[in-house]
Design a protein around this ligand. Structure first.
Ligand code: ADP
Length: 328
């Protein structure tokens, strides 16, 4: 291995101490040897380059450093991996900034939740009081306030989830449940606040999964809310659920704005929102699909989209079916 002095320094090796590949592997935190384990080969992209993030312990003072490793793998005449050329960047500051930003988001979201819960409580109290005097104007106004509070709570929850996902603190509380029951519950709830669109749930066979019910509920909720948000007028939204290749597969289909192929590739990225005139009037932070994808991936499922620009979109996700647990 031939390395530059700066490369050695990033690993905490100075002039007199030679950095060998074996010593380098020892400094990586929680990762296997990227060459021997085939990680580099597996991560090669179309133009034959790789791009990997690692954290390492400096050899001299044991401090943690984050690095990005980019490079090219060259093959020999027999198509066997021959050698790697690459660069290493120290991204410790960006990582620390990210950690600080996540902590800040978590703290602010947490602080905002408490007063919001109390406002919601008072609104409920007022609804009950107005019901006694049959004051329909006040009841309607309070219902609208309540809808806005729910919207704000779900935005704040999005940020709270984001920070716990990023810091790896997310916990899945798995239980056995039937996906059809969950779909019905969510659709009932959404119908209370949305009277424009018709939501059609196609008959779903009995499909039992072992998963975090609340979090999978969030995924379905996100897909449905998006279908409503990005479908002007009163067009129908369809939910299908089936067993496909031994997995539970759920899809939410709309006849809304649709998504261009180049945007489809980025949809599940954090903070990604499509920028065009039609999207100007919709609110959001571009977190829903990112969080949904994280949740599905942690359940070893997949999430994807098929869409025709101008015609509509169909979002899919799947989850392993549960065969080992029986419903009590
Ligand atoms: P948000 O809706 O808060 O912006 P999401 O992560 O849920 O965040 O969605 C990211 C972006 O993907 C949206 O801003 C929108 O541009 C696009 N999008 C999501 N769902 C749909 C849909 N059903 N039809 C058209 N565009 C969609």
């Amino acid at each position: 291995m031939i390395t530059s002095p700066r490369f050695n320094e990033i690993f905490g090796f100075y002039r007199d101490k030679k950095l060998t590949y074996e010593l380098l592997i020892k400094q990586l935190i929680g990762k296997q040897d990227p060459v021997a384990s085939g990680v580099i080969e597996a991560s090669l992209n179309r133009d034959g380059r790789f791009d990997l993030d690692y954290s390492l312990k400096r050899f001299d003072n044991e401090k943690t450093r984050w690095v990005t490793l980019t490079g090219t793998l060259t093959y020999d005449k027999n198509d066997k991996p021959d050698y790697i050329t690459g660069l290493i960047y120290d991204i410790t500051e960006q990582k620390l900034d990210n950690i600080r930003k996540n902590d800040f988001i978590a703290m602010v979201s947490h602080e905002l939740k408490t007063p919001l819960t109390s406002i919601h409580g008072y609104v409920q109290l007022l609804v009950n009081k107005a019901k006694k005097t049959e004051d329909t104007f006040t009841i309607n106004a309070l219902h609208k306030a309540s809808t806005q509070i729910k919207k704000m709570t779900s935005l704040i929850n999005g940020f709270l989830n984001l920070s716990s996902f990023e810091s790896g603190k997310i916990q899945l509380n798995k239980a056995v449940f039937e996906i059809g029951d969950l779909i019905d519950e969510i659709v009932e709830e959404i119908k209370l606040t949305n009277i424009c669109h018709t939501i059609e749930v196609y008959p779903c066979p009995v499909l039992t999964v072992y998963a975090d019910r609340d979090k999978i509920g969030q995924v379905i909720n996100n897909l449905l809310s998006n279908a409503i948000k990005y479908t002007p007028g009163n067009k129908a939204i369809e939910i299908h659920c089936n067993e496909i290749n031994g997995m539970m597969q759920l899809s939410v289909e709309d006849e809304g704005l649709g998504i261009k192929p180049q945007d489809q590739e980025q949809l599940f990225n954090r903070y990604f929102r499509i920028e065009n005139d039609q999207m100007l009037n919709t609110s959001g932070f571009g977190l829903g699909l990112y969080l949904s994808a994280e949740i599905v991936k942690r359940h070893t499922g997949e999430i994807w989209v098929k869409s025709d620009w101008g015609k509509g979109s169909r979002f899919y996700f799947n989850l392993p079916l549960d065969h080992s647990h029986t419903k009590k």
